[in-house]
Design a protein around this ligand. Sequence first.
Ligand SMILES: [Zn+2]
Length: 86
Amino acid sequence: MFNLFKKKKPQQEKAPQQMECPKCGGAMTLTSGLTYKFHCRGQELEASNVTAMKCANCGEMMFSWDEAQRIQKFAHESVDWEDKTE
Ligand SMILES: [Zn+2]
């Protein structure tokens, strides 16, 4: 008679610190303190202290949901601020 033991791997709910780049297949690493430049309504904006998964190979960035929301909010505030002044 055989005794079979199944090793259960503990389920980790934590967000991965590394993933494969969807663009080039390179290694993406969770990086903080990044500067993300983008355009919003014809304006060039710069979000600082951004945390994102960044590809070491091609520089592709992927944001978490929270971070994406934060950047979007920053963009809207930046653009609206321009409207309110003067
Ligand atoms: Zn890449």
